[in-house]
Design a protein around this ligand. Structure first.
Ligand SMILES: Nc1ncnc2c1ncn2[C@@H]1O[C@H](COP(=O)(O)OP(=O)(O)OP(=O)(O)O)[C@@H](O)[C@H]1O
Length: 659
């Protein structure tokens, strides 16, 4: 890794203009800057590329595909997590589509069939001129008509007064006025409406149709209550273009396309196929439904996006169309932690500051802090998160703190303060639950207890929580064998875990779980707690209950157990370890394969010992309180384990899969 190979600060510090102040409690590398900031005093010195596509960070392959697609005008399906830059890529694509061929779309009345207005396309910028010219000449006619009418009425009234025929002259004047209102110069009724105007567009249009209803997407015709007697607004004046038409020769972007109704997707599909789509009133009860324009061009590139579940709600033909005439792109949620990518993150900060326009630029120590946060949020040792919308939130709130403190530049301390108060809801719930649990002594951080284990879970994206699990084993009540009774919100997971470990328990303890009724309870669980990583904890609690060996309450644990007793990797290792430390635990057992993901804050390093585990026997050895029962159990497990290892080649044993 380039970063690992970087020289330590001692050797390069002479060259650093602004040396990062180390006033904070970040992980390991706090004593050396994350980057060599030799030539920059702050993020202000970083050049922000003018084109949006060049501002997208960490998605080089996706950008390549987008560029290729833009050249050939292909459709794109972007699948990825929220906030990784899907809509940014789509906007960027619009900027690189050829814009010389943009068109304005005009709609004209149809003298032969009023309800079937005529469509005409002209080069961008011409539309407005045409409308202006016809409106100008119509205005001239109108003015002449008003002048003639005024003169005629005035003349009649004067003659009437002169000859003493006042009543007759007023009636005649009123008649002339009525006739004049009814007569519309041909130019007024025939002047077109500019349906789509691309006059001032420097780039191909980008239309975000996310959540748009059918009318907004496909176009609509307004209702007109005064249709009879020629008093109503002419049909062509009531026609409104849809986003598909405004996106003509540009990009139509739809996020979460799977949530769109099948009917609308079907219509969208036919618009994509035909590249033109007539506008009609979307409401059946409206007079607009009688109007149907000539086909309006809608030659757009579709960029659809969403997370992987979006595919379920997507019309099969729509997906096939994208596959056949475009590309599917799966976007990454992290990038490798290299010097180059760290530099890109600095560029990202510069972009966010520029786009926000209200916050100061970032000093090198604050940039370091952002890079460190990107590392932590990735949840992996050698990675940087690409969920940049959320990281952008931290950039903005750090800027707000700096402004509040009257600082010219954002410093590391401002980022650290922003991190404290811009915690997610889940983090706040986790914090509060730790305090609450301490207050009510719900988490045991001392002594030994049979059947009670301090499991660890994650709520939301990255907030750890200690989740105690209690198990009780009683002789089976039914002749047909024991039951697994799991209470709490994770009942299903508990049952599955107990079933999975029953073979192991039989093997290691010679006890048949079907002779027992096993009660498992997740104490005080919250909605949204993920439970995959609870299986090691459940197995430990059950074995402790069955064998009556107490569990060390100063130890917390996490890990996923397979049916052979191997401890498999889990997610959110860092958050879980930090939660265990916050709750007063002295040790934490984590899967060995997760060691590389651990990036706990410095302050926790002395608070808790991290013990890697590979097998259930490693776990039990470290968590059960010593005594003859424990020694017997561990010995047995080890002897069985070594027999298995002798029979099965090592390569087949160590074949972990991620849960
Ligand atoms: N890869 C990236 N490079 C630079 N900035 C990014 C990137 N990803 C996200 N951002 C920042 O986050 C903001 C939001 O990103 P964007 O709207 O493109 O995300 P998204 O993937 O479309 O999210 P969602 O699916 O929730 O709509 C962008 O405007 C930009 O400021």
């Amino acid at each position: 890794m380039k970063f690992e190979e970087k020289e330590p600060i001692e050797e390069s510090s002479d060259d650093v203009v602004l040396e990062p102040e180390v006033t904070h409690d970040v992980v390991d590398e706090e004593t050396k800057p994350m980057l060599d900031y030799e030539n920059i005093k702050s993020s202000q010195d970083i050049e922000v590329p003018p084109l949006l596509i060049d501002q997208v960070i960490g998605h080089e392959e996706s950008i390549e595909t987008i560029k290729k697609a833009a050249k050939q005008r292909r459709n794109i399906l972007l699948i990825g997590d929220p906030g990784v830059g899907k809509s940014m890529l789509a906007k960027g694509m619009a900027q690189i589509l050829p814009h010389e061929s943009l068109q304005d779309i005009l709609i004209y009345p149809n003298v032969e069939d009023n309800n079937h207005p005529i469509i005409r396309t002209v080069p961008a910028g011409e539309g407005k001129k045409i409308v202006k010219a016809t409106k100008g000449s119509a205005r001239g006619h109108e003015e002449r008509k008003t002048l003639i009418t005024t003169l005629a009425i005035g003349g009649i009234l004067i003659i009437g007064f002169f000859y003493g025929r006042i009543l007759e002259s007023i009636i005649a004047a009123a008649l002339i006025l009525l006739i004049s209102i009814q007569i519309k110069p041909k130019n007024t009724t025939m002047s077109p409406k500019l349906l789509v105007n691309n006059e001032e567009n420097r780039f191909a249009p980008f239309m975000d149709a996310t959540g748009a209803h059918a009318g907004a997407l496909l176009g609509d015709v307004r209702h007109d209550p005064y249709q009879s007697g020629g008093l109503g607004t002419p049909a062509h004046e009531r026609v409104e273009a849809g986003m598909i038409h405004k996106a003509n020769r540009g990009v139509l972007y739809i996020d979460e396309i799977g949530t769109m109704s099948m009917k609308t997707q079907q219509e969208l599909l036919s618009a994509m196929q035909e590249k033109k789509y007539s506008i009609t009133g979307q409401s059946e009860n409206s007079s607009g439904a009688m109007v149907r324009s000539q086909a309006v061009p809608c030659d757009f590139v579709l960029v659809a996006s969403g997370n992987i579940q979006v595919l379920e709600g997507m019309h099969i033909a729509m997906r096939s169309r994208i596959r056949g005439y475009g590309y599917e792109v799966f976007m990454k949620d992290y990038m490798e932690d290299t010097t180059e990518n760290r530099e890109k993150l600095v560029q990202f900060v510069a972009q966010e500051v520029k786009n926000d326009g209200r916050i100061p630029h970032f000093a090198p120590d604050a940039l370091d802090e952002i890079i460190m946060e990107a590392k932590r949020r990735s949840g992996k040792q050698n990675a940087l998160t690409l969920r940049l919308r959320e990281l952008g939130g931290l950039v903005r709130s750090s800027g707000d703190v700096a402004i509040e403190k009257g600082a010219d530049l954002v410093k590391a301390e401002h980022v650290l303060e922003a991190k404290k108060f811009s915690r997610t809801l889940e983090q706040q719930i986790a914090d509060r639950s730790i305090i609450q649990r301490k207050e009510y002594s719900m988490v045991n951080a001392e002594g030994g207890r049979v059947g009670l284990v301090n499991g660890l879970a994650v709520i939301g994206d990255r907030s750890g929580i200690v989740s105690p699990i209690a198990a009780e084993a009683a002789p089976a009540q039914s002749k047909n064998g024991g039951q697994i009774i799991a209470t709490g919100k994770l009942g299903e997971i508990a049952s599955e875990s107990v079933q999975n470990v029953s073979a192991l328990i039989k093997k290691y303890t010679n006890k048949n779980l079907s002779d027992y009724d096993i009660h498992v309870q997740f104490i005080q669980t919250y909605d949204g707690v993920e439970g995959d990583s609870a299986s090691v904890s459940i197995a430990t609690a059950v074995i402790s209950a069955v064998e009556e060996i107490p569990i060390d309450q100063t130890v917390a644990l996490t890990g996923s157990l397979n049916v052979r007793g191997d401890v498999m990797p889990i997610g959110g290792a860092t958050a879980k370890i930090e939660a265990a430390a916050e709750s007063g635990m002295k040790k934490v057992l984590i899967p060995k394969s997760n060691l590389k993901d651990v990036m706990i804050e410095k302050k926790y390093e002395d608070m808790i010992e991290i013990i890697p585990t590979e097998t259930l026997s490693d776990v039990l050895e470290n968590i059960l309180i010593s005594g003859s029962k424990k020694d017997q159990l561990i010995e047995k497990m080890k002897s069985i384990g070594s027999k298995v290892a002798e029979k099965v080649p090592q390569s087949t044993i160590n074949n972990p899969t991620t849960n």
